[in-house]
Design a protein around this ligand. Sequence first.
Ligand code: PAF
Length: 305
Amino acid sequence: MTTPDSRAAGAGQHHLGATANGKRSSLRLATSRAELSALLLRSRTAQNARVALVPTMGALHRGHAALLDEARNRSDLVVASIFVNPMQFGPAEDLAIYPRDLAADTALCRDHGVDVVFAPSVDALYPAWPPAVTVDPGELGGILEGVTRPGHFKGVLTVVAKLFGLIDPDVALFGEKDYQQLVLLQHLVKELCLPVEVVGVETVREPDGLALSSRNRYLSDAERVSASALSRALVAGQAAGPRGPRAVVAAAETVLAADPGVAVDYLTLRAADLSDAPSSGDARLLVAATVGTTRLIDNVAVSVG
Ligand code: PAF
């Protein structure tokens, strides 16, 4: 199968010289399974290293940088994977135009202390297409994002399971912005008995609250203003926490309804594990909305009651 990111493959195993600030970098690039295992074998043997993995689809921004920094704090060897996973895109989604810039991504990785970038081709991760064996996310994969994006979480869990198999990390880091994905990945390691610690890292935001996302680049100036309503709504909901679950949702709804540029898909208060919202205690307020043609998601922790 050939998709645009297949073009990133074929490069050999590279030692990527000096950083922007002139410091020597030890970052290496692997584009095949063989290159990856050679690099990992060497590094693990040499350092008896604790390995952290940050799986990404590239188009890296400050949100990814926060994941890489946390990975660096928690390990001896940081691996970042860059792979636009075709299996998690629906037929009407943006796979073909998803931003790809391996040079910029490796530069950011180098500046954040990454040791190995794994940027495989589609064929390297999916030798058979469609894959015969996949990971079923269960009921949790069919709610919220799973309603509008059927098959999305099957694609996410399948590719992450492959990356875990290839890299064998001790710890893997994911952004809290994709909260349902994070919860599902915690299920993945628990239920498939994978010896990986899955760690969520707080969402990085623009000064007006908009959660960083590779898809924000699709927003026009006017849409960018509307997009900030999502985080403002979540903050309003969070502030209403002491008044109970209904007040949380009502406060957030009021903010979203005030901006005609925001088409809400869902706004929901749930327990932290995404089961029904508690009447008091720790909860999660999640929103998905389309602004122009761009679908945005965001969420915050809320203390209710
Ligand atoms: O969150 C993402 O960027 C992707 O869903 C992931 C976890 C890298 C799997 O392709």
